[in-house]
Design a binder for this molecule. Structure first.
Ligand code: ADP
Ligand code: MG
Length: 807
């Protein structure tokens, strides 16, 4: 076959006619998808040229989706095919047969003109068969460039690598068989759907496979054809069958069956088969052209596979072991990028000069003595570390971590006070308006009797800056900030990050740090002030992890709670005790207390989760607590709606708040005493602990009830642990031990770039990456040596891609 062969002409005529008919899929009887099956066969038979075979495969693949597309999508498909064939004049070299190149563009002259300009950072539309419409869909999966596509990893693998004969099949197994089609029939089901049934035999027996709504299969699964079928063995009327298994012809390199088959995240208009095929083509060609940013000696020394094979094996692994090696390499890369970025940032900050604070010991004493309690020794230690830093001419970068209720606020209050008394401005940022208001209220109270040198009342310099202020009030606060009259500004992260014009900012305190990333910290510093920065987090994390995530910070830890805290009574309950749990909630509400009900975590999407919460709220309100006032909080509500719901709850205007796991951290409602967590086995220990921290903030005894419908063994074990301890650090450690991939600490929360492969619980890789990063950094902090050039680029891109904007 060449570009003017009858086979191709037939295709071109059909496409031209289809265009004339307005892409209505009427150019051939049965539609283009059907047409493609016999055209495919004919075309394949007419050529040995691998490049043409490739083209034929692509064309057939594109047409396979034709029936399901709308007019626009069909137009895209037709045009993509036409474009593709227009470039082929009968002797196009197949990507696979092109010489392997180490540097992508080095031998551009041997590649055809259309490809010469294409490189890893080209948009995916440069790939054959990717129309603008498909590019849009891929964008929803986070893919814009060819490189992105290589880094769109499967979220799991189906193991179809174990071949069985038909007589060995057992109900319920996931298997792969090879057989010859003896018969294929189509019939119409009860609801008018097409049902195609194929009978396959392999010499040991025969088995049927059934597909729904894929009528074109009749033409493809013709008798005599050898097929590979992978799927779960089902049964129908006592017979062993396959229901909608994945399949492919035996003669091809297997992509969809008979191996570890990658399963990718999908989106509307991107089918599993289509994406897998695209991935195969893309990885085959482009992974060879992916220059490795890790120097060879480092790879050898750490026994890491090269990038090319890591990418290939991650997409189409030959076996589990190679997959594991590949993932280790990619995880190492990610953790190394993080480490290098973080070290770099630390280095930059250390270079800057800051504003030393003059500590006023007698004012400090006055403040501490005015408190109704003594600081715990952990608080004292943290405070002295912070005050030491403040006095230095270098800007402080410190994390203050301590469990919920450990008393971080008062420590921050002392630091703020000392800075203000030393004639500088300060800010305190909170993640939500309510928290900002709470901080404002408690600081106003704590500081009500304090005077600054010069006989200024401390509280007269305190301002609350929130989005709900009148514009004129906001303006006047801005003016006071610029003039230096306002000296302690409390507000939300969002507001304060906006270009506030400080006169002389000395200290920024950021509460609930895990919602505030490295990037934001950096942007704060770039305001030209180099203020001291103190970030506070209630999510205790083990040290190795802290060093990764907060590697740019020094760490102070408050590891004891103030004396006399009551334990939150935590109980696992069985599903049949749900009524009892509801009755218990009701009894607390009747005592004028309030409760939370947390809906189960739904991983698929926030949308589905929100929908489920709306439904659960309705059910609870109508069927269970018709006489009480129930509120609702979920992730699909706008920020204002969320604030409003929390505010109502805070004011006691609702009895029970039904919430998805988004329930804001740090909301302090002392009157809330019960937390009921549904699907508790699906949460991590640290997350459960965070939820639990929403109660027990007042005087009354508080309770946490854990419901789980059918927990797995590990789920059960987790619940036992959370029931038995209130120690956040211990729970965090256990959590890291028990949990797998990235579950421990959503990177979205940490403000780090997305980790696709690395598991933060994988301490070994983490430490290895740290060691290497340190060594590289010591040798070449600006990554200027030739062997680090590529690495420098990758680090830069890695941080820019995520929200971490490392300058
Ligand atoms: P968190 O660390 O969760 O931010 P807070 O700073 O809000 O905790 O403190 C929780 C409560 O404990 C507050 O009511 C605070 O006044 C109180 N508190 C703080 N330190 C002590 C202490 N040393 N002794 C007794 N109560 C304390
Ligand atoms: Mg707090």
């Amino acid at each position: 076959m060449n570009a003017t062969s009858p086979v191709l002409e037939k295709l071109q005529n059909v496409l031209a006619l289809e265009k004339d008919l307005g892409y209505t899929d009427r150019a051939v009887i049965g539609g283009l998808a059907k047409f493609s099956t016999f055209w495919h066969k004919e075309a394949r038979a007419s050529t040995d040229d691998p490049s043409l075979i490739q083209l034929v495969e692509e064309t057939a693949g594109l047409l396979e989706e034709y029936a399901s597309g709308d007019v626009e999508e069909r137009r895209e498909i037709v045009e993509a095919i036409q474009r593709r064939w227009a470039g082929a004049d009968g002797h196009v070299m197949s990507p696979k047969t092109r010489p392997v190149q180490e540097e992508p563009r080095a031998q551009a002259s041997t590649t055809p003109p259309s490809e010469a300009r294409t490189n890893l950072d080209s948009p995916v539309t440069e790939l054959h068969g990717i129309s603008a419409a498909y590019a849009k869909r891929l964008e929803r999966l986070g893919v814009a460039t060819i490189r992105d596509l290589l880094y769109l990893f499967p979220h799991r693998y189906d193991d179809f690598s174990s071949l069985k004969t038909i007589n060995q099949l057992m109900y319920g197994e996931e298997v792969t068989i090879v057989g010859t089609v003896t018969e294929t029939k189509e019939r119409t089901g009860k609801r008018g759907q097409s049902i195609v049934t194929t009978t396959l035999s392999d010499g040991t027996g025969a088995v049927q496979a059934t597909w729904f709504n894929q009528p074109y299969l009749v033409k493809r699964l013709t008798p005599g054809k050898q097929l590979v079928i992978s799927g779960k063995v089902d049964q129908y009327l006592g017979q062993i069958t396959f229901s909608s298994p994945t399949w492919e012809p035996l003669d091809k390199e297997l992509i969809h069956t008979g191996r570890l088959v990658p399963v990718y995240p999908l989106t509307k208009g991107v089918s599993a088969r289509w994406l897998r095929r695209l991935m195969k083509r893309t990885t085959d060609y482009w992974s060879l052209r992916l220059p490795d940013h890790l120097p060879l000696d480092l790879r050898e020394q750490r026994n890491l596979p090269n990038l090319e094979s890591a990418i290939q094996q991650t997409h189409f692994p030959e076996d589990w072991e190679r997959l594991e090696q590949a993932r280790r390499r990619l995880a190492f890369d990610e953790l190394l990028m993080i480490q290098l970025g973080v070290l770099r940032q630390r280095h930059e900050w250390r270079k800057a000069s800051g504003h030393p604070v003059q500590i006023d010991p007698s004012l400090l004493r006055t403040f501490l003595e005015s408190l109704p309690f003594d600081l715990t020794s952990a608080q004292e230690k943290a405070l002295s570390e912070i005050l030491d830093d403040l006095q230095k001419p270098k800007p402080m970068s410190r994390l203050l971590q301590g469990d919920v209720g450990s008393g971080k606020t008062v420590v921050a209050a002392a630091a703020l006070l000392m800075t203000v008394a030393s004639d500088m401005q300060t800010v305190l940022m909170a993640p939500t308006e309510i928290l900002a208001e709470q901080h404002y209220a408690s600081l106003s109270k704590m500081w009500s009797e304090l005077w600054l040198p010069g006989l200024t009342k401390l509280t007269s310099c305190l301002r609350l800056l929130t989005g709900s202020l009148k514009p004129s009030d906001k303006e006047s606060i801005y003016t006071e900030i610029a003039s230096g009259k306002a000296r302690i500004i409390i507000g939300t992260h969002a507001l304060i990050q906006k270009a506030l014009d400080f006169k002389n900012l000395g200290l920024a305190v950021i509460d609930e740090q895990h919602r505030f990333g490295v990037a934001q910290r950096a942007s704060l510093r770039q305001k030209g002030h180099n203020p001291h920065v103190l970030v506070m987090s209630a999510t205790p994390i083990p040290r190795t992890l802290a060093l990764t995530i907060y590697g740019d910070l020094d760490i102070s830890t408050i590891d004891e709670l103030p004396p006399g805290r009551r334990e939150i009574i935590t109980r696992r309950m069985r599903p049949r005790e749900r009524e009892r749990a509801y009755n218990f909630l009701r009894s607390r509400v009747l005592e004028s207390e309030q409760a939370f009900i947390i809906c189960p975590l739904i991983e698929e999407s926030e949308k589905i989760e929100a929908k489920a919460a709306v439904e659960e709220h309705r059910r609870l309100q109508e069927d269970v607590f018709p006489d009480l006032h129930l509120g609702l909080l979920h992730g699909r509500m706008t920020a204002d709606e969320k604030e409003a719901a929390m505010r109502q709850f805070y004011r006691g205007e609702m009895n029970i708040l039904v919430s998805t796991p988004v329930v804001e951290v740090g909301i302090d409602v002392p009157n809330a005493t019960v937390m009921l967590i549904e699907g508790a086995d699906r949460f991590g220990l640290s997350q459960l602990h965070q939820f639990r921290g929403r109660v027990g903030r007042g005087e009354q005894q508080s309770y946490c009830l854990l419901l789980a419908d059918s927990p797995s063994d590990t789920g059960q074990q987790r619940l036992k642990i959370i029931e038995s301890t209130q120690d956040g650090f211990k729970l965090a450690d256990e959590d890291l031990k028990m949990r797998g991939p990235g579950e421990f600490f959503g990177t979205r929360q940490s403000g780090l770039p997305d980790l696709k492969v690395a598991r933060l619980g994988d301490v070994k890789v983490l430490e290895e990456a740290r060691e290497v990063a340190k060594r590289i950094f010591e040798e070449d902090p600006d990554l200027e040596l030739p062997q680090h050039r590529l690495l420098a680029r990758r680090v830069q891109e890695f941080w820019h891609r995520g929200r971490g904007d490392l300058s």
